[in-house]
Design a protein around this ligand. Structure first.
Ligand code: FES
Length: 104
């Protein structure tokens, strides 16, 4: 599956993701500007992304714990998600998202 990620500089990258991988891991392993300090442990919010409006329903809503972490960043929006909490799957092939400033 492929994901399309716009970085903090406005440049879009098409990344190949593997089923079952966290979206954060794909972004990190392709060398984009994402800190992901806690490595996917849901305790840092430095994997913050904005999900493209067309993909919000497919990605689904964040868990309560994820919402609480998102509340700790200043640039949160209604389409904010933590990318370590989104798993790659065929249903998300073509997913579009943008890296938040607070992810860098
Ligand atoms: Fe820390 Fe996602 S990597 S919350």
């Amino acid at each position: 599956m492929k994901i399309h990620v716009t970085d903090q500089a406005g440049e879009t990258h098409e990344l190949e993701g593997l089923e079952g991988w966290r979206v954060m891991e794909v972004i990190r392993d392709w060398g984009l500007n994402i800190k992901a300090e806690c490595g996917g442990g849901l305790s840092c919010a430095t994997c913050h992304v904005y999900v493209d409006q067309d993909w919000l329903a497919t990605v689904g809503v964040p868990s309560e714990e994820e919402e609480e972490m998102l509340d700790t960043v200043g640039d949160v929006r209604s389409n904010s998600r933590l990318s370590c909490q989104i798993l790659c799957s065929d249903a998300l092939d073509g997913l579009k998202l943008t890296l938040a400033a607070s992810a860098s």
